[in-house]
Design a binder for this molecule. Sequence first.
Ligand code: SAM
Length: 422
Amino acid sequence: EHKLQKLSSFYESGIYSFDDSNAVFVDSVRVLNRFYHRFSVSSSVYYSRFFKTQTTPNAVSSTVTPSLRKRKRKRRESRPLNERELIALQRHQEARPLLLAAHKCLLKSTEVLNALKTLKSESSCSTKECDGGQRSFVDLGHVAPQLEVTLSLRVSDNDADPHPLPKDLDDLPSGQCCVEKVLRAFNNLVANDTLDDAVAQILSNSYIMPRESCFYMSDLGQIRNLIPAHADSGFNLIMVDPPWENASAHQKSRYQTLPNRYFLSLPIKQLTHAGGALVALWVTNREKLRCFIEAELFPTWGVSYAATFYWLKVKENGSLICDLDLFHHRPYECLILGYSPGKVNNTDNLSEFKPVKNDRVIMSIPGDYSRKPQIADLLLEHVPGLKPPRCIELFAREILAGWVAWGNEPLYFQDSKHFVKK
Ligand code: SAM
């Protein structure tokens, strides 16, 4: 009975919490699909990277052939570790028992494992090509900064009416209509403030926007335009996934990266709501980066460190995407959490919140390269200030309902090729 209830709540929310554990399994597609009414995110497209390549149980998703990888690893392993590598190893050893315990929960849970097998088959397979064009917004922003976006919104006379509009446009009852807005696509806050999905058209491409969401598409140089005039309209949850520099050639071809000093200038303090903000920062496993965040980045932002969460990546059969103890290629990434204090002595809008605790393990099947799992739900109870909180994602490549998405390609995963029509 209990198991059945948990499974049905997983199907509804996309999140499965294991009993007596800080581990959860997240199906990002289900989480995202709670935001849409007329469209749904195609799980076969979302998970294509993993479902396509899984043939042998030990396969590692990589462009490097296994033998070359092994030879490289052997060469590295034959020399003694330097000081930084030793610290990284110690960090890994500390996380290891926690990750293993979480993974054991998943492997023991036949109902979740069975559910994983069906993830791909659930929405009809999109036949469209999903690669390519990834740099197009960045290029377009340079060559055609005046480009326009046409937003098709379906609005209701009665704003208080919480019911979404019918799926078929021809069935719009009186009092509801379709409105088109033409807006500047770059350096502009483009909002779908309706309770329904909206379609944004740029040139001949369509992008789906979830209800009550905004995007601001610009280069880092324009981010200051998002700073609110009053701290009372700042943000309570700030999610950041910077384009960290990385040796991976694979990454270089996907998006432009920036040297660390650029991230010091992110206006985190100015974006923070008067009631404070939870800052969630995705990091890679490079020890040099972890030192930079602790010693320079968080202090410069005025953020105090609170906790670390782990994202453990699994395949559809529940196994890890690669060996847990590979030194230069871990099957997990970290989310560093901290608090940005907001205005001192601010008591307005202050609400109860649970300070975030260390060591949560989030398991999921990875989507496209560098796409992060949907974990906002797990953070909400730890967010200070307003309820519901005001949320912003920096360097976003997708748009969430109720959030502001900023980056130079926030529509990347909103392209209609990632969706199926319901
Ligand atoms: N969180 C995202 C996801 O789950 O898909 C991934 C973000 S990715 C690590 C970093 C993003 O920052 C990329 O979309 C990249 O194009 C963008 N970016 C790189 N340089 C930028 C700049 N100068 N200004 C704005 N965005 C930039």
